[in-house]
Design a protein around this ligand. Sequence first.
Ligand code: SDX
Length: 434
Amino acid sequence: MSRLISKGSVELRLPDKTISLPVHQGTEGECAIDISALRRETGLITYDPGFVNTGACASDITFVDGEKGILRHRGYDIEDLAENCLFLEVAYLLVHNKLPNKKEYQAFSRLMNHHSMIHEDMRNFFNNYPEGAHPMAVLSAMVVSLSSFYPEIEREEGHEDLDITVTRLLSKLRTIAAFSYKKSIGEPFVYPSHKYTYCENFLNMMFASPVNDYHPDPVAVRALNLYLVLHADHEQNCSTSVVRFVGSAGSNLYASIAAGICALWGPLHGGANEAVIRMLESIRVNGGNVDRAIERAKSRDPRFRLMGFGHRVYKTYDPRARIAKRACMQLLEKFGVGNDPLLEIALQLEEKALKDEYFVSRNLYPNVDFYTGIAYRAMGIPENMFTVLFALGRLPGWIAHWLEQHSSEQKIGRPRQIYTGETRRPFVPMDERP
Ligand code: SDX
């Protein structure tokens, strides 16, 4: 449970009264003014579009220091987790607040295998999607349908063992993701196999077929594992906030995760990794002139932003982007595509933007999405699956936040607003309207 400590209070002086508002401090020294009594005591609300300055909750899961470029999951630096952990270890850590010992890890992995298949009736859902259906649309629809096949998730008293619920969703999302890819290319589904690890299974389900003797490349398996770890959680980002918000209404885990998938799909959020590749490709086909892209990004053209750049919280280099860039360059070297033109363009864009006053003055740096897509492309993963991989990685974070939301007596999310519409006006019957 969150450990807020009291740090005294601040005074709010209004024309007719002065009130005192408590200040809370978190374990990393962050402080927040508690305004939960503000409206009751003053009739006023706060106004903060996009919640730039507003803390929605106290959370024990992930700490981000955007000024120093720090990211920790349950106290562990992302650099340590990325270097040393398998994705399932990090998933276990996010949900259980501890890294698993060998026995716990083996039990978790066995459950993953046990739950890797989806009901054959669910498999048939894929038949009715058009071939060009975006895998994110399929993913969200399939996940919310899981509650029809596993209704026990709804019954509080029948609440299953936590690891069954978590591994079922982690394992089935991977299968649904791979099946949605196979559907999009008109190839037969490849079923999961107990002989493979989490990442090996995903690559096998993606690239094996009845006519090729595919074996997951250990380099790609290691890279995929790393990128899933980098995406595992990121405190109160848009999609995680949606998962918590939907969960706050008492909606079940599958419905909440399905909503999070839809939020992640947006190009300003998880959809950026796909948009980065489209942007780099567009620069390449137009002669590779990065200066034009930089100028267009600075021009405030609402239709163009430097995708993969900027962040609501990081005002320095995103620590995940640093790791993703290094891994991307190593991967391309190992795959013999170190001279990928898109990588060259990305490196030039980064170099020029980080010297340009417009980006420097706004603290705009590469974020986690800037290099990830280039690495996925090198692994043979198509663009329309990039955000699906983001969802696969983010799933344990979403689950951990949903559980945290449910374990506390947090209220249903319901923000206020300032109304700026028409004031009261008399009703006019239709035949009297001008
Ligand atoms: C993710 O929140 C998370 O944690 C998200 C995430 C996670 O792990 O869950 O980290 C994953 O979503 C990363 C972000 C992926 N999105 C993109 O790469 C899309 C491109 N980036 C931008 O759209 C933007 O930077 C956002 C959406 C990421 C952040 O937007 P903010 O915080 O609302 O910032 P802003 O729009 O207020 O920008 C501040 C200024 C503005 O200029 P001025 O009004 O001050 O003149 O910076 C400019 C913006 O125009 N700006 C950009 C820019 N990003 C911000 N200008 C050009 N290109 C950009 N990419």
